[in-house]
Design a protein around this ligand. Structure first.
Ligand code: NDP
Ligand code: MG
Length: 381
C-alpha cells in the first residue's frame, strides 16, 4: 500500500488524483492533503478519504475547517505542505498545487527521499537547478505528471538517454489557437477559460491560451530530461492525441498516444513503473479520428513561447522572473484588472528590467519571486 500526501487536493489535478486513489483502494491511500481555501470542495474529500493531516492556505480556513472536523489535525501555511511532504508515513508526494508556492515542499520531499509525482511545473521553472541537484544528490527520480513529460518519460523507457537527440513537445494551441493577434485585442476572461481539449484549473487554462504553458513546459523538459533548449522543439498538434515524442540518434521517433485524459499520466506516476486499469478512460480509436494535424509554432504569434525559450537559455534567475511575472499577470487578468494582451506585455517588462543572477540559492529565488510580483503590480500604477 502506497501512502500519499496530496498537495492541491481540491484542484483539477488533485481531484483526478483522488479518482485514481479511489479506484485502487488496495494500492493507494491518502495520508494527508493540502489545499488553499476551497472548504466546499475539501469537506466531501475529507469525509470520503479521512486523511490524518490537512494543510490549508491560511488561519481563517483552518478555523472554519476545524468547526467541521474538531478532531482533525489541521495546519495553516506553506510550512504545513513541507510537514506532510516529509512525514514518516508518506511514501509518495503528489505536488499538484498551482504556482511556485510548491517549491519548498518539493525540495524537502526529495531531501527525505520520498517519491515525488510532480504536476507543479512552476517548481522546475522557478528553481530547476536546485530541484535537479537535490534529486541527483539523494537519488530521487522525479515522476512527471504533466502529459507531455509523462509521454517523454514513457518513450524513454529502456532507452539509452545518451542517444536521445531531440524532444518534440506537442501543443494543442489553447482557446485562441485560430485567432490572429488582432483578434486577441478584445478577448475576455470567459473566452480564454474555454480550452478545446482539456478541463484544467484557471491559471493553466490561461497559460495555454497565451502559450506560456508550452513555454513553461519547455523549461520543465529541459530540467527533467537534461536536454539543451536548442534540442527541444514545439509543434502544434490540435487533436492532443500524440502527447509528445522523442527523436533518437538514428532518427527513429517514439511517440506516446492516447485520448486526452490527465488521469492516465497521473496514475502512471503514482504506480510507476507498473500500469493499472483505469475505468472511464476512452480507448484511442485512430480510425474514428482519421487524421492528425501538425503545423509549425509561430513564435511571433505566441511571444510568450519565445520569451520562455529566451529566459531558459539565459538561465539563472531569468526563469524565476518569467514564472513570477506570469503568475502575477495571469492573476490580474483573472481578476479583470488587465486585458489578455497585457499579460505578455507585463511579463516582457519584468524580464527586460531584470539582470539574471547565475546559480541562485533558494533565498535568492524566493526574494526575486517576491520582488517580481510586486514589480508587476507597480506597473499598473
Ligand atoms: P487548480 O487551480 O485547479 O488547483 C490548484 C490547487 O492548489 C488547489 O487545490 C488549490 O486550493 C491549491 N492551492 C493554491 N494555493 C495554495 C496554497 N497557498 N497552499 C495550498 N494549496 C494551494 O490547478 P490545476 O490542478 O489545474 O494545476 C495544478 C498544477 O498542475 C499546476 O502547476 C499546473 O500547471 C499543473 N498541471 C495541470 C494540468 C491540468 O490538467 N489541470 C495538466 C498539467 C499540469 P484551492 O482550491 O483552495 O484554491
Ligand atoms: Mg502539459
Amino acid at each position: 500500500m502506497k501512502s500519499i500526501s496530496l498537495l492541491g487536493a481540491t484542484g483539477s489535478i488533485g481531484i483526478q488524483t483522488l479518482d485514481v486513489i479511489r479506484e485502487h483502494p488496495d494500492t493507494f491511500s491518502l495520508f494527508a492533503m493540502g489545499f488553499g481555501e476551497n472548504i466546499g470542495k475539501a469537506i466531501p474529500i475529507i469525509k470520503e478519504f479521512s486523511p490524518k493531516i490537512v494543510v490549508v492556505g491560511n488561519d481563517n480556513t483552518k478555523r472554519e475547517l476545524q468547526d467541521y472536523f474538531p478532531r482533525l489535525e489541521v495546519i495553516a501555511g506553506k510550512e504545513g505542505l513541507v510537514t506532510i511532504s516529509t512525514a514518516d508515513e508518506t511514501d509518495l508526494v503528489v505536488n499538484a498545487v498551482m504556482g511556485s508556492v510548491g517549491l519548498q515542499a518539493t525540495l524537502q520531499a526529495i531531501e527525505h527521499r520520498k517519491q515525488v509525482a510532480l504536476a507543479n511545473k512552476e517548481t522546475l521553472v522557478t528553481a530547476g537547478h536546485l530541484v535537479m541537484e537535490k534529486a541527483k544528490q539523494h537519488g530521487v527520480r522525479l515522476l512527471p505528471v504533466d502529459s507531455e513529460h509523462s509521454a517523454i518519460f514513457q518513450c524513454l523507457n529502456g532507452e539509452n538517454e545518451k542517444q536521445l537527440n531531440r524532444l518534440i513537445l506537442t501543443a494543442s494551441g489553447g482557446s485562441f489557437r485560430d485567432k490572429t493577434r488582432e483578434d486577441l485585442i478584445g478577448v475576455t476572461r470567459e473566452d480564454a477559460l474555454k480550452h478545446p481539449n482539456w478541463n484544467m484549473g484557471a491559471k493553466i487554462t490561461i497559460d495555454s491560451a497565451t502559450m506560456m504553458n508550452k513555454g513553461l513546459e519547455v523549461i520543465e523538459a529541459h530540467w527533467l530530461f537534461g536536454v539543451p533548449y536548442d534540442r527541444i522543439d514545439v509543434i502544434m498538434h490540435k487533436e492532443s492525441v500524440i502527447h509528445s515524442m522523442v527523436e533518437f540518434d538514428d532518427n527513429s521517433v517514439i511517440a506516446q498516444l492516447g485520448t486526452p485524459d490527465m488521469r492516465v499520466p497521473i496514475q502512471y506516476a503514482l504506480n510507476y513503473p507498473d500500469r493499472l486499469e483505469l475505468s472511464g478512460t476512452k480507448r484511442l480509436d485512430l480510425i474514428e479520428i482519421g487524421k492528425l494535424h501538425f503545423s509549425e509554432m509561430d513564435q511571433e504569434r505566441f511571444p510568450c513561447l519565445r520569451m520562455a525559450y529566451e529566459a531558459g537559455k539565459e538561465g539563472g534567475t531569468m526563469t524565476t522572473v518569467l514564472n513570477a511575472a506570469n503568475e502575477a499577470a495571469v492573476q490580474l487578468f483573472l481578476q479583470g484588472q488587465i486585458s489578455f494582451l497585457q499579460i505578455e506585455e507585463l511579463i516582457k517588462k519584468a524580464l527586460d528590467a531584470h539582470q539574471s543572477i547565475k546559480q541562485p540559492d533558494l533565498q535568492t529565488i524566493l526574494e526575486v519571486d517576491r520582488q517580481t510580483r510586486s514589480q508587476v503590480l507597480s506597473y499598473l500604477d
